[in-house]
Design a protein around this ligand. Structure first.
Ligand SMILES: [Zn+2]
Ligand SMILES: [Zn+2]
Length: 138
């Protein structure tokens, strides 16, 4: 190989490396974005705290009709029979569903500390991605 060819060859390699750099940076950015998919939903469309809880459907303790409790501070008042429970007895009743305040769909809900809490600690709407958390600390 002549000196001339060697220089051309080395320049080619430099150019290839330079072209590859931005591509590598882009694919790393893409992976990073995919790794944290739920951040947007929890910060831009959602609520935190029991007083901001989504409306709930609970079973009436007397006639098992569905009772719609819009606000977690409202008393739980059956429209079919005489049952009327204060808001703090919510956890004694059977929870049928949490209702998405954004689109009205039934939400998925669950608990993170079943031994300490007998009420839902989070709920997510499968339809519009609205998300509620009992507390951000958990
Ligand atoms: Zn009832
Ligand atoms: Zn929804």
């Amino acid at each position: 190989m002549t000196d001339m060819l060697r220089v051309v060859f080395q320049n080619c390699r430099k150019a290839l490396n330079a072209a590859a750099q931005p591509l590598r940076a882009d694919s790393e950015m893409a992976n990073l974005t995919l790794a944290i998919p739920d951040v947007h939903n929890t910060t831009t469309d959602g609520d935190v705290g029991w007083t901001n809880r989504p409306p709930a459907l609970v079973a009436c303790p007397q006639c098992t009709a569905e009772i719609y409790q819009k606000d977690s501070r409202d008393s739980i008042d059956c429209t079919r029979c005489t049952a009327n429970r204060p808001a703090n007895e919510f956890s004694d009743l059977e929870l049928i569903a949490l209702v998405c305040p954004s689109c009205g769909d039934h939400m998925k809900h669950g608990r993170r500390h079943p031994q300490q809490f007998d009420v839902p600690e989070w709920a997510t709407c499968p339809n519009c991605s609205y998300h509620w958390e009992f507390d951000h600390m958990f």
